[in-house]
Design a protein. Structure first.
Length: 276
């Protein structure tokens, strides 16, 4: 991919597509009162170095500690008028190996990475094998019991549509409503990997991990599809499965109206897509 060398007008709003390895960070959001590394602070430090002044960013989805991203969308306002090439290659030269900018584009001044988004897509990867992988530690969740991916997929279809997702909502969730619209969910198997893909207009805190935690119980034969439907309909978080680990969770894509002109990314975790 080529990036323009042409300097932009100061004040131009820039959107970025960012990939990061969540193992290195205490989540996305800056935590100035705590001495912990975050993706936001790391990215803003690199941007500020290229811009020669402090730069603040806004993202599409604030991921938790240990959660990864291959398609996080971020925006900021260019204070000096650098080129798109500078905002990709220059910024990458200031970033650690655990964070990389893959794309930058000028967007309208009213574009907002979070509030302009119409959908988010997450992918959850389970290493389903008798023994854990040393090389994939922190990148996937290991589950020893054999999982029936087809049963998990069929069971999950009850979630499609607009529903109250209180059964899979963390007690710490600050959303004003538990209602979300899930447009699609699938569970597939690739050799020893079981992959859960979800797309929704937005997600509650820990919603994906709580859904996966319950689906794994069904896939392992420890719970039934009727149990899953019952806990979903009863909207009681205390009756559903444990929260799955953050290790296997990836923010893979964010959808925007066509007018925003945000190109599609890989829509998959990098370790599955084998491409950038």
């Amino acid at each position: 991919m080529k990036f323009s060398d042409e300097r932009l007008e100061p004040g131009t709003r820039i959107a970025l597509r960012v990939e990061y390895d969540g193992r290195a960070f205490n989540g996305w959001q800056a935590q100035t009162k705590l001495d912990v590394p975050t993706v936001q602070e790391t990215l803003e430090s690199a941007l500020s170095s290229i811009g020669n002044q402090p730069i603040r960013t806004w993202c599409a989805g604030r991921t938790d500690t240990g959660v990864h991203a291959s398609g996080q969308i971020v925006h900021f306002d260019d204070p000096v008028g650098r080129s798109l090439k500078s905002w990709v290659l220059g910024v990458n030269s200031e970033l650690p190996d655990s964070v990389v900018v893959h794309w930058a584009g000028a967007v309208d001044s009213d574009f907002h990475a979070r509030f302009s988004a119409v959908s988010r897509s997450y992918q959850y990867i389970i290493a389903n094998a008798a023994t854990r992988s040393a090389q994939l530690a922190g990148l996937v969740t290991w589950y020893r019991r054999p999982l029936n991916a087809e049963a998990m997929h069929e069971c999950a279809q009850v979630l499609v549509g607009e529903h109250d997702f209180s059964a899979f909502r963390a007690s710490s969730c600050q959303s004003s409503t538990p209602w979300r619209h899930v447009s699609k969910i699938s569970v597939t198997r690739q050799s020893d990997l079981v992959i859960v893909d979800l797309e929704a207009n937005a997600f509650l805190h820990h919603m994906v991990r709580n859904i996966v935690g319950s689906l794994m119980l069904v896939g392992a034969g420890l719970k039934t599809e009727s149990w899953f439907k019952q806990i979903f309909n009863e909207r009681d978080r205390t009756k559903s499965g444990d929260t799955a680990s953050s290790a296997g969770l990836y923010l893979v894509a964010v959808g925007y109206p066509e007018a925003c002109d945000i190109p599609d990314g890989p829509n998959s975790a990098t370790l599955l897509s084998h491409s950038i």
